[in-house]
Design a protein around this ligand. Structure first.
Ligand SMILES: [Cu+2]
Length: 133
């Protein structure tokens, strides 16, 4: 009977903190994974404020964000691209990355709501937009 009580006490003292620690560790591991997800700049999927340029297209082609958000475009292609505001043949002049080589990135902060179309000045078939709300 005494042995059983001792055993139960040990269970209470050690098992609860250990399982809590394990739970917290798993939570943190999940968060860190998300952080890498949006900042690794390598393969995989773009983070919430990123647009990847890959296979001569903008991914995702319509990114919806809130006012004040900075979008970062990353060129994952082996060839150069630009991120130019407006539509092919009619740039709006709001932003223009210039030629981005492989691995290069460009950022722009959207401070007003609206729909912002953009394209690649080298490949006019590459068009996309950012919706700011
Ligand atoms: Cu291009």
């Amino acid at each position: 009977m005494i042995l059983k009580n001792v055993f139960l006490s040990i269970l209470k003292i050690y098992l609860i903190p250990i399982s809590s620690l394990l739970f917290i560790t798993i939570l943190y591991a999940g968060c860190n994974k998300d952080d890498n997800y949006s900042t690794n700049g390598g393969s995989g999927n773009p983070g919430p404020n990123e647009v990847f340029i890959e296979n001569s297209s903008f991914t995702p082609s319509n990114r919806t964000i809130s006012v004040g958000t900075t979008i970062t475009w990353k060129n994952q292609d082996g060839i150069g691209h630009t991120v130019t505001s407006g539509i092919p043949g009619s740039p709006s002049g709001l932003f223009n990355s210039g030629n981005l080589g492989n691995g290069a990135s460009f950022s722009y902060t959207f401070n007003n709501p609206g729909e912002y179309k953009y394209f690649c000045n080298i490949h006019p078939s590459m068009t996309a937009k950012v919706t700011v709300q």
